[in-house]
Design a protein around this ligand. Structure first.
Ligand SMILES: [Fe+2]
Length: 358
């Protein structure tokens, strides 16, 4: 058995490599014990770490891991005031100067000094329809570039982050990295929640591969059950900020109808097909904002008491200029004692190819 110090986990990806399962309990000295199962050898490599509460939470935030506090019996802090960054759809690839673009973007985010960043999915372009060499290469490129952020990170899964599902990839479904496993091994869990300064953050997985090796935008039954329990356990009125790749609520279909009809997809891959199920769960909680990606168009829809903020993409129109009027960029979210405001920022990328006609 080995004892870990928080400095062992200075790189988020490295920390996530170790944490697969976490159970907690304060001992008589008020310290937390967590038991972790290393991903590659889950049945063998149990690790134990004992740290004080402050360092424990700091380490978990850095790891982007699920933090499940034992209960909310202690006084929950009032919602605090701080900024964080939501960036989404980097679609990093060696082509089209994309890595340089991410480099520029991450340096600008780092310069703003937010308390942490949340990534809304589609880290890479692409893992969904390519072989293992290409998928591994773009993931490596993303992980290297992400180090420039130098802050705690929390990731959501996007459709392009799922490995080898499209038949054209040639990947067997028995491949150990198939589907979401590649993401889980590198980035961590696909849905989870954590608390920070009086707010509850929920990250959802909106990508469900289908048996015919396509996919549907959906929040599955296990996740709905988990979300119901997760929100039910919160103190009354605690603000919840959710992150999801495919939008739950968007006006995209109203101004881009031809794109949706033209795609002629078998499944709903534009918005979460069972969004009403998720929204019904939200109705029992205080959810001021849901942060979304996927369309690459900057937009907000107020529905009931929630702002559904879809952020423009870091890659704009897949590194070919602005996407339907939204330039390459990210969203800065400001929380002030339970109130939320946000702004969209660009970072000065110039595409190396002429913009495509809409
Ligand atoms: Fe995307």
């Amino acid at each position: 058995m080995r004892l870990f110090h928080p400095r062992d986990f200075s790189r988020p990806a490295r920390a996530l490599h170790f944490y697969r399962r976490i159970t907690l309990g304060p001992d008589s000295n008020g310290r937390f014990r967590c038991v972790n199962i290393r991903s590659e050898v889950q049945s063998l490599a149990k690790r134990t770490m004992i740290v004080d509460r402050r360092n424990f939470l700091k380490t978990m935030a850095t790891a982007g891991a699920v933090v499940v506090l034992p209960s909310y019996t202690a006084a929950t802090p009032a919602p605090g005031s701080f900024d964080f960054v939501f960036f989404t759809d980097t679609h990093i690839q060696p082509e089209l100067d994309a890595a340089h673009g991410c480099d520029l973007c991450f340096k600008k985010i780092a310069g703003l000094r937010p308390e942490f960043a949340m990534m809304g999915g589609d880290h890479v372009f692409d893992a969904f329809g390519v072989n293992k060499v290409r998928a591994g290469m773009v993931y490596d490129l993303y992980e290297r570039t992400e180090q420039l952020l130098g802050m705690p990170l929390h990731h959501a899964i996007g459709n392009h982050d799922v490995f080898g599902v499209l038949a054209k990839s040639g990947v067997a479904s028995t491949d150990p990295a198939y589907g979401k496993k590649m993401f889980q091994d590198r980035m961590g869990r696909t849905y989870y929640s954590f608390d920070y300064k009086g707010y509850h953050f929920v990250v959802l997985d909106s990508v469900q591969p289908t048996e015919d090796r396509l996919w549907e935008a959906r929040v599955d039954e296990d996740q709905l059950r988990w979300l119901r329990d997760d929100l039910k356990a919160l103190p009354h009125g605690m603000p919840v900020i959710a992150v999801v790749h495919c939008p739950l609520v968007t006006a995209f279909a109203t101004y881009a109808y031809t794109q949706i009809v033209g795609a002629d997809r078998k499944y709903n891959t534009m918005t979460v097909a069972n969004a009403p199920d998720v929204l019904q769960i939200f109705e029992n909680a205080n959810v001021p904002a849901v942060l979304q990606g996927h369309t690459h168009v900057n937009e907000v829809v107020n529905y009931k008491n929630t702002q559904y903020i879809t952020s423009g993409a870091v890659c704009g129109n897949w590194w070919r200029g602005p996407r339907m009027g939204t330039p390459e960029g990210f969203t800065v979210v400001s929380l002030r004692q339970g109130k939320i405001s946000w702004r969209y920022e660009t970072y000065g990328f110039h595409s190396v190819v002429p913009p495509e006609r809409p």
